[in-house]
Design a protein around this ligand. Structure first.
Ligand code: AHM
Ligand code: MG
Length: 331
């Protein structure tokens, strides 16, 4: 019989490898809250065309955007599945203005999970990939800070991060600081099964990815950089790819290399993407896979968050392209 490794087994193995001790199981139990919610979300997405779940919910979320019914479902699934885990002290979601906190003993409730329940929501109605992004932080010991302060730790402090991409197959990618690993949902057994270990982002890729409709209002140095990419200045020809679902654009960049850019625009002068639950987790994965992630000029993981829904310019990709970007933006 072919042996499989599930995501929970893999997490336990990794913990033993890193610490040399048998894992208590707390962390893998915590992450099983995410995989359970992901399976619920994926089941809903698969049925999207059949049921009445597609379309606007009729309410706006904290960012002033129309919430989709699937957004609401995904958020509730994660809040429910994770809220039941004793080790969770607080949950922060893109969909909720305030963090959801649990009155748990700091000894037991030692983790904070930050998530974007359904990223790429403009793509739901048109049957294009969407995703869930998550980041895990450790609560600061009471003598080092309050629970509120624990939410605003820089991305370098993440203990794990990952995403699920709901595409032709459903794939979970995660890192707990020892490389990036991927798991494919085998729906016949209802488990995420190891499909790639220690993924590495190519040193250079063949795609650039940006919403070029915004280029007219980007800072000039980004426009100049894009021109360099397009005219062969990085030493090869590039093709453009932009899904408009961050998770999908990240997943392609992780596997194929290249660069993704979301610079400041006239409409979003601080950038559009969110630091805590979009940029930080993906930056952690990019670095763990040998790539880079910056605001254009500074390392994403070193930013000190000031608010849970803070936005940031966000660029990530292969080293070759990211180094060229850093030179262009500094110039
Ligand atoms: P969302 O959280 O409302 O789905 O917005 C985030 C999405 C990302 O998935 C994607 O990278 C970006 O917004 C696309 O923005 P734009 O439509 O401005 O290109
Ligand atoms: Mg989102």
């Amino acid at each position: 019989m072919a042996m499989i490794t599930t995501v929970q087994q893999h997490i336990l193995q990794q913990q033993t490898e890193i610490t040399g001790k048998e894992a208590s199981g707390t962390f893998s139990w915590l992450l099983s809250g995410i995989t359970l919610a992901a399976k619920m979300i994926e089941a809903k997405i698969r049925a999207a065309g059949l049921s009445d779940i597609v379309g606007a919910y009729g309410a706006e979320n904290v960012q002033g955007e129309q919430q989709q019914k699937l957004d609401v479902y995904a958020n509730q699934a994660l809040l429910h599945c994770l809220g039941l885990r004793d080790s969770v002290a607080a949950l922060v979601s893109e969909e909720d203005a305030e963090p959801v906190t649990f009155n748990r003993d700091p000894e037991t409730g030692k983790y904070i999970i930050v998530f974007d329940p359904l990223d790429g929501s403009s793509n739901i109605d048109v049957n294009v990939n969407v995703g869930t992004i998550f980041s895990v932080l450790r609560r600061l010991p009471p003598e080092h800070g309050t629970l509120e302060e624990s939410l605003l730790q820089p991305g370098v402090r993440q203990v794990a991060a990952g995403y699920v991409v709901y595409g032709p197959s459903t794939v979970l990618v995660y890192s707990s600081g020892n490389g990036v690993h991927s798991f494919t949902l085998d729906s016949s057994i209802g488990a995420f099964v190891l499909s790639g270990e220690h993924l590495r982002m190519p040193e250079q890729g063949g795609y650039y990815s940006a919403n070029e409709a915004n280029a007219g209002s980007w800072p000039a140095e980004y426009r100049a950089f894009l021109e360099t990419v397009r005219s062969g200045g990085l030493g090869r020809e590039y093709s453009s790819r932009y899904v408009g679902s961050l998770v999908a654009d990240f997943h392609r960049t992780l596997l194929k290399g290249g660069i993704f850019l979301y610079p400041p625009t006239a409409k979003a002068p601080q950038g559009k993407l969110r630091l805590l639950y979009e940029a930080n987790p993906l930056a952690f994965l990019a670095e763990q896979a040998g790539g880079l992630a910056t605001t254009g000029s500074g390392r994403i993981l070193e930013l000190r968050p000031e608010g849970i829904h803070q936005r940031t310019p966000f660029c990530f990709g292969s080293r070759h392209e990211m180094d060229a970007l850093a030179r262009a933006v500094r110039a």
